[in-house]
Design a protein around this ligand. Sequence first.
Ligand SMILES: [Zn+2]
Length: 375
Amino acid sequence: MSASDLTVYWNEETLKHRPPAGAFSYPHTSVLADAEKHPDRRERIENIKRMIEVAFGERASFEAVDPAPRPSLERVHDPEYLEWLEEFFADGTGRIEDTSTGGNEHTFRAARYAANAAIRAARGARSRDGVHYALCRPSGHHAQSDRADGFCFLNNVAIAAADALASDVDRVAIVDWDVHHGNGTQEIFYDREDVLVVSLHNDHGSWHPEYHPQEGSLEEDGVGAGEGYTVNVPVPLGTGDAGYAHVFERVVEPIVRAHDPDLLLASAGQDAGVSDPLARNLVTRGGFETIAARFRELAAEIAGGRFALIQEGGYQPSHLAFATLGVLEGALDTPVELEDAGRSDPFVRYDENLGLVEEWTDRAVEHHATHWPIE
Ligand SMILES: [Zn+2]
């Protein structure tokens, strides 16, 4: 590795974003002596950053980005929504209606930094070698064109894809391995054939009639010119390393190959990890290494090696750092021996049920085979 082998795009200011306490439908109340902290905490990002520094040292470089300019955001989001969002947080802390999504006076600016981190990572992927990773906070993939949800305000990966399409890129593939459905990304590109959106997720369905109506089902597969270009792959609770490798081999890789993109973007949320509080999957550091290695190899095979990683969720702040290390080890093809932990994942406890994953994958293959050469 050399100094430029891993470039991390971020801005320290994003740490100032702070959602109100309370998680999901459970607000901050006096029922608990220790109030439930919001899952999107700054420690997530601080731990990832520290892990990168420890694991890769001077071989990784951090680039502080500017806030994304308004025209870049407007490629994806309604101008009226952007104005509303800026105004909503101008005065300080709050939740949006009855959602679990909120922030403080720093949130809108943090979201603009995160969006530009994604843009810069995707541009880096097109202009020079090495791994380009956007350390985004807040995340983006639940943000639709005109509404915030799921701790997301601006859809970072979609903004990066739109920026690429506005320059020299004709086709993009987004692979979303965050354990939750990338409903915002789906909504934004639902009628388009130039952006393939593949999402692997637990089958959580809609979680708000207004702010998150999408289900993430097989049947939600695009409309009009975009028919077939949304590929949802629900995976059962407990899906682990072998399960994800199975889904990549049977569904993700053949469909992305057939789309033949010029650029691959990963919505890299590591909340499919073994101890995440917001999901129930069992992927380990080694499993994430395999996922990212397969993604890198796919990009090398069909897109001249052009890929970028855009950070999404992951909510057990310690495991997230190990899981993200796995992603970067796979993306860089560089295994790391950590002091004490070596190549292991200190959080591993349970085995997965691969048989169930294979059954669900058969159903996904049967559905998506109407649009794509898979069997
Ligand atoms: Zn997630």
